[in-house]
Design a protein around this ligand. Structure first.
Ligand code: 5RP
Length: 259
């Protein structure tokens, strides 16, 4: 693997643990001022010391994040439809590779819509992004399985994750499910899980625990951190599971103590 590519991946997934806590705050690109991110800087800044990387759009990065930080950035480069649009599962490229380089990002993220009406468009745009990003040693994170109508079972998530990896993704983001080992075993690149809609804190910790114990390389979690009763306590509790191998009881205790 090219040095730059390897270095960027090692900045995202810690080589000493093989794990990562990606903090996702990219929701605004299709959800607008998402609850908890209205003033993105106020939410994100105190949590940054506990995140191994920060996933967001180029607008949010420029407007809300200081260039003095050294947290690796994962830049959302897909979009084009919003939650108000019935065809919201139809994303294209919304940020070019030159801007990704200018912003000094560690990776770019693109959503693929496997099984949706516009599957082909998103897969072809995804490979365009991969070709451009690989030219400069920038890894592409594939975001899979976004969409309310999808049945997020092991069969579907394995299929979407494997397609993403075969097309050239360096990291795959998917959802936790029953039989998650099938997803891990059939995907040749590191897999991280999204948190999804806000659920009770203990359940979110349980999900993160089950995912990493089954072989996930970590989480790319957003709402279950920044919409928690105490985001600063939650990010540390999730971190204890991902990076310190805490069990759920210990992590939940930590959450309550810090909260
Ligand atoms: C959907 C996304 C998100 O915007 C986000 O990164 C998901 O994080 P979470 O589900 O944990 O809030 O990837 O396209």
């Amino acid at each position: 693997m090219d040095w730059g590519m390897a270095n960027r991946i090692n900045r995202i997934i810690r080589p000493d643990t093989g794990r990562t806590l990606m903090f996702a705050v990219d929701h605004g690109y299709f959800m607008g001022p998402t609850t908890g991110l209205e003033k993105l800087d106020e939410t994100v800044t105190p949590l940054l010391p506990y995140a191994d990387s920060l996933m967001l759009t180029r607008g949010a990065l420029r407007y809300y994040v200081s260039p003095k930080i050294d947290t690796p950035i994962i830049l959302r480069v897909s979009g084009g439809t919003s939650i108000l649009n019935k065809q919201m599962l139809h994303e294209g490229i919304v940020a070019g590779i030159e801007d990704a380089i200018r912003l000094n990002v560690a990776a770019v993220a693109f959503s693929i819509m496997v099984g949706a009406d516009y599957e082909r468009d998103t897969l072809l745009a995804f490979t365009e992004v991969i070709d451009m990003a690989e030219r400069y040693g920038i890894p592409t994170l594939a975001v899979t399985a976004v969409g309310k109508e999808l049945v997020r079972d092991a069969k579907y998530l394995s299929l979407a994750s494997r397609i993403a990896a075969e097309l050239g993704a360096r990291i795959v983001k998917t959802y936790f499910c029953d039989g998650f080992e099938q997803v891990i075993q059939s995907c040749p690149v590191p897999v991280v899980i999204a948190g999804g809609k806000k659920i009770p804190e203990r359940e979110a910790l349980e999900m993160a625990y089950q995912a990493v114990q089954t072989g996930a390389s970590g989480v790319d979690m957003g709402r279950n951190i920044f919409q928690a009763d105490s985001p600063i306590a939650m990010v540390q509790a999730v971190r204890s599971i991902v990076q310190d191998d805490s069990n759920v009881d210990k992590a939940f205790q930590l959450y309550n103590d810090l909260k």
